[in-house]
Write a protein that binds this ligand. Structure first.
Ligand SMILES: [Zn+2]
Length: 154
């Protein structure tokens, strides 16, 4: 079955405008508390650590690891018809925040908890049919996942 439906996306809100603007420029940014420096994602008006409402956007590495994942074989939205199986993963970034992504189809068979990932920007259509860049993650090539190339979080 050919997939013609649009990808479901969250509408941009004032609190997320900076995140999406950076993505259009190929940069991944995460909210960072101006008082205690804690990163947070998804965007929220107040820091959960110190309750400060002062924050900035911080450009981050786009590197992380698979915290957990699930592979779906049933399309629960018309966009995913013809795209199953697909894998949805929670990524823990090197900065310690967790983000949800769908992995490229070629990563489905080799994803593991702890697999190193990197961000990429996928051109998709928003809810109005306009092109936009969606930050997604993919596994590093197999050559980059050797134990020698992995860093250990302290
Ligand atoms: Zn804080």
């Amino acid at each position: 079955m050919e997939a013609t439906a649009r990808r479901p996306l969250q509408p941009t809100r004032s609190l997320t405008e900076g995140f999406w603007a950076a993505a259009q420029a190929g940069r991944l940014v995460i909210q960072r508390c101006s008082t205690c420096s804690a990163y947070r994602h998804y965007p929220q008006p107040m820091c959960a650590q110190c309750h400060s409402t002062a924050w900035t956007w911080a450009e981050v590495s786009g590197q992380g690891r698979v915290y957990t994942f699930t592979t779906t074989y049933q399309p629960f939205h018309p966009f995913w018809s013809g795209r199953t199986p697909y894998t949805v993963a929670t990524i823990e970034s090197d900065e310690g925040v967790r983000m949800v992504t769908d992995l490229p189809a070629e990563d489905t068979d080799r994803v593991r908890i702890g697999s190193p990932v990197t961000v990429f920007f996928d051109e998709v259509q928003d809810l109005n049919g306009e092109s936009m860049m969606l930050p997604r993650f993919r596994l590093l090539p197999a050559d980059d996942t050797s134990p020698e190339s992995q860093t250990v979080d302290s």
